[in-house]
Design a binder for this molecule. Structure first.
Ligand SMILES: [Zn+2]
Ligand SMILES: [Zn+2]
Length: 432
C-alpha cells in the first residue's frame, strides 16, 4: 500500500491530461467485432447467468460461483488467481500492446431472501436469492472477458477482472468484500490505474445513470443502550424510565439531523431496531436502539457521530441515566472521479445515444465499490433493467426482483467500449 500515494499522484496527473484528449477510440470496425462476439456468446452467457441465479450463495460462501467463473476464465487462457479475500477470483487479460491496467469489478454474493418470482430458473437454495442482481453483474464481467479475449489486438494494456465476494457484507465476525480484496493486493501487480463497476437499477433498459463526484452514500452502523433504573410502573419516581428517555433520543436525533446539518448536503439517520422492557407494569431498565447513518460528504460523516453522542449524553444525564454509544464506520461514499467521467461520457453517448445517458441524483444507498474509489480513480454507474414495456419492476432486495436479461448483452457492450476507450486514452497520454 506504500506505493499507493505515488501511484495516486501519477494517476491524477494522467487523468488531468485525459480530459484534454477528445473523441473515442473504438472505431466502426471494432464496434462491429464487439457486436459479433456478443451475438456469438450471448446465449452461453445468459445460460451461465441462469445457473448462477439458480445456485445463489451468501457472502464469503460463493464457492460454486467462484469455481464456475474461474473455470470459464481459465478456459479462455487468462492468468487467474482464486481464493482472494476468501472466494474472490481475479483474472488478467493482457492486450497485444503494452499499456496501463484498467480494472472491472463484479460482485458475486446473494441475499438471505426466499425467492418468490415464477421464473423457470428460480433459486434452488431455500432462503437464498440473487435479489440484488449480482448474478447479472457477474455475467456481464464474465461476458466482457469472453468478448475482449478475442479482441486482444485492440487492447492497449491490460484488463483486470475482479470478481468480489461479500458486497452485502461478510457474515458476523468475518472480514470480507472490497476492503479485504484491496488489503490482499487486488489493485497491485500490475497496478490498476482506474476501475469500473456497475449496478442494476429498476429503471428502463437502455438507460444508464451516473454523475461526477459522490453518487452513493457512506453507510455507518450505530448502537445506543440507554440504562435507566427499574421500578414499579405505578411508582416511576423511584426508577429512571429508559423508555421515555429513548423516545426523546429518537426524536432529538431526527431534529439534530434536520437542524444541525446543512440541508444541501444530504444525511439520513434511521433507527431500525428499538427494544426494551419486560412487563407492562414495570419501568424498563434498559432500551437498545440500533440504526444506520448515510452521508455523502466527509464533513457530515465526521460531524454526525459526535453530534449523536452529545444528544444521548445530554438527555440521559439530565435524568440521571447512563448510556453506551457504539459507532462503526462501514463503506465510504462511492465517488466518481470527475476526470474519468469526462472520458467516459462520450463513450456512453456513442453506445446509448443522448436518450440513454441520464444524470443521477446521489442516492443514499451504499456500495462497497467505494473502497476502490478511495484508492484509485473509479467510475460506477447504474444500468436500467426494467422492461420498458412493463409499468413497474420489483425493487432491489425484493423477493420478486426480476431484471430484464437483455441488460446482460447491453452491459457487456458498454463495458467493452469503456475499457477499450479508457486504455486508448491512457496510451495517448503516455505518448506525450
Ligand atoms: Zn444489495
Ligand atoms: Zn448490490
Amino acid at each position: 500500500m506504500k506505493s499507493n500515494l505515488l501511484l495516486k499522484t501519477l494517476l491524477l496527473s494522467f487523468a488531468l491530461l485525459f480530459s484534454a484528449l477528445q473523441g473515442t477510440a473504438v472505431d466502426k470496425n471494432t464496434a462491429r467485432r464487439i457486436e459479433e462476439e456478443i451475438e456469438k456468446h450471448k446465449l452461453e452467457i445468459i445460460k451461465i447467468r441462469r445457473f448462477i441465479h439458480m445456485n445463489p450463495e451468501l457472502g464469503n460462501r460463493e464457492f460454486e460461483t467462484a469455481k464456475l467463473i474461474a473455470s470459464k476464465l481459465m478456459s479462455l487462457g487468462l492468468e487467474i488467481k482464486t481464493g482472494v479475500a476468501k472466494t474472490g477470483v481475479v483474472a488478467i487479460l493482457r492486450g497485444d500492446q503494452q499499456g496501463y491496467t484498467v480494472g472491472i469489478r463484479a460482485d458475486m454474493d446473494a441475499l438471505p431472501i426466499d425467492e418468490l418470482t415464477d421464473v423457470p430458473f428460480k433459486s434452488l437454495n431455500p432462503g437464498i436469492m440473487h435479489a440484488c442482481g449480482h448474478d447479472i453483474h457477474t455475467s456481464i464481467a464474465l461476458g466482457t472477458a469472453i468478448v475482449l479475449n478475442s479482441l486482444k489486438d485492440k487492447i492497449k494494456g491490460n484488463i483486470k477482472f475482479i470478481f468480489q465476494p461479500a458486497e452485502e457484507g461478510p457474515p458476523p465476525g468475518e472480514k470480507g468484500g472490497a476492503s479485504l480484496m484491496i488489503e490482499e493486493g487486488v489493485l497491485d501487480e500490475p497496478p490498476v490505474g482506474a476501475i469500473l463497476g456497475l449496478h442494476v437499477w429498476p429503471e428502463n433498459l437502455g438507460e444508464v445513470f451516473f454523475s461526477p463526484g459522490p453518487i452513493l452514500a457512506s453507510s455507518d452502523w450505530f448502537q445506543i443502550i440507554i440504562k435507566g433504573k427499574s421500578s414499579h410502573g405505578a411508582r416511576p419516581h423511584e426508577g429512571i424510565d429508559s423508555i421515555v428517555l429513548a423516545s426523546q433520543v429518537v426524536l432529538s436525533l431526527q431534529s439534530a439531523i434536520s437542524r444541525a446539518i446543512d440541508p444541501t448536503d444530504p444525511a439520513v439517520l434511521s433507527i431500525g431496531i428499538i427494544s426494551g422492557g419486560r412487563r407492562s407494569n414495570i419501568i424498563a431498565e434498559e432500551v437498545l436502539l440500533e440504526g444506520t447513518v448515510r452521508t455523502l460528504s466527509k464533513t457530515n460523516r465526521e460531524k454526525i457521530p459526535r453530534m449523536m453522542e452529545n444528544v444521548v449524553r445530554g438527555i440521559t444525564q439530565s435524568f440521571g441515566a447512563d448510556y453506551t454509544f457504539s459507532y462503526r464506520k462501514g463503506s465510504p461514499s462511492v465517488y466518481n472521479h470527475p476526470e474519468l467521467v469526462k472520458i467516459i461520457r462520450p463513450t456512453l453517448l456513442k453506445v446509448l445515444g443522448e436518450q440513454g445517458v441520464k444524470d443521477l441524483k446521489p442516492q443514499m444507498v451504499a456500495e462497497d465499490f467505494a473502497y476502490y474509489c478511495q484508492n484509485i480513480p473509479g467510475f460506477f454507474f447504474l444500468l436500467g433493467v426494467k422492461n420498458p414495456e412493463e409499468k413497474t419492476i420489483a425493487p432491489l432486495h425484493s423477493p420478486y426482483f426480476n431484471p430484464d436479461e437483455r441488460s446482460i448483452p447491453l452491459g457487456i457492450k458498454i463495458m467493452c467500449h469503456l475499457l477499450l476507450d479508457i486504455l486508448e486514452h491512457q496510451s495517448q497520454v503516455d505518448s506525450f
